[in-house]
Design a protein around this ligand. Structure first.
Ligand SMILES: [Mn+2]
Length: 219
């Protein structure tokens, strides 16, 4: 079964929600966790399987709590609707219309990633504090640009990077520290890696999201 969306709120039985999805040439495993003591999660994580590719969205609504949740929920609603009508919509275009859709909310950091397994191509477009890294490290992976989606965004830019089979692409919100030891976690496998980040590396004073996208090794 595919679990494609996570953004815990008051109706959730736990503060942690997982995503796990698999498609042709890719696998995605991640979690989204509410800040301890809060009822709504300001972070959101969504996976959108496409025909020959997968799109992954990580959102961190500014701050935490209910209004952060409103901002991230607006981003998820908008991106979900756009990808429903056009699953292959360009990432820069998605970011630009998301910026408009979030006007009037508190704003959010947004990272959108698309893996095309056949072409071994990774595309990324990010604004604000969403970190992108890979294992092993690949050149040209791209970075999130400065700004707040829905509030102040200078531009959006798509980075394109060539990947190798078995490569991991990792996206996370600032509820996970940039010192998270990817190198030592990666050999443990996707599930164990994600669990260990949840248990040992998520900050207590923020919502936290961490997701790993694997380009499946050739069979
Ligand atoms: Mn945060």
């Amino acid at each position: 079964m595919n679990d494609l969306h996570a953004s815990p709120d008051t109706t959730s039985p736990t503060s942690r929600q997982n995503v796990h999805a698999k498609g042709d040439g890719w696998e995605v495993v991640g979690f989204c966790r509410t800040m301890p003591g809060e009822h709504s999660c300001g972070d959101a994580l969504s996976v959108y399987p496409g025909d020959g590719f997968v799109t992954v969205l990580v959102v961190d609504g500014l701050g935490h709590g209910k209004r952060a949740h409103e901002a991230s929920a607006a981003a998820v609603t908008h991106i979900t609707e756009r990808l429903r009508t056009n699953p292959a919509a360009g990432l820069e275009s998605l970011m630009l219309t998301c910026h408009k859709a979030l006007h009037g909310t508190r704003g959010a950091a947004v990272g959108i990633c698309r893996l095309e397994p056949e072409q071994r191509m990774l595309r990324f477009c990010g604004v604000g504090n969403i970190a992108l890294t890979s294992h092993p490290g690949r050149r040209g992976l791209g970075v999130s640009l400065a700004g707040v989606v829905g509030y102040r965004m200078r531009k959006s830019k798509e980075f394109v990077c060539e990947m190798e089979p078995g490569d991991l692409t990792i996206l996370y919100s600032d509820g996970v520290p940039s010192s998270v030891p990817i190198k030592s976690l990666a050999p443990k496998g996707l599930g164990a890696m994600v669990d260990e980040v949840y248990e040992q590396h998520s900050k207590n004073h923020d919502d936290a999201t961490f997701v790993v996208i694997r380009l499946e090794p050739a069979r």
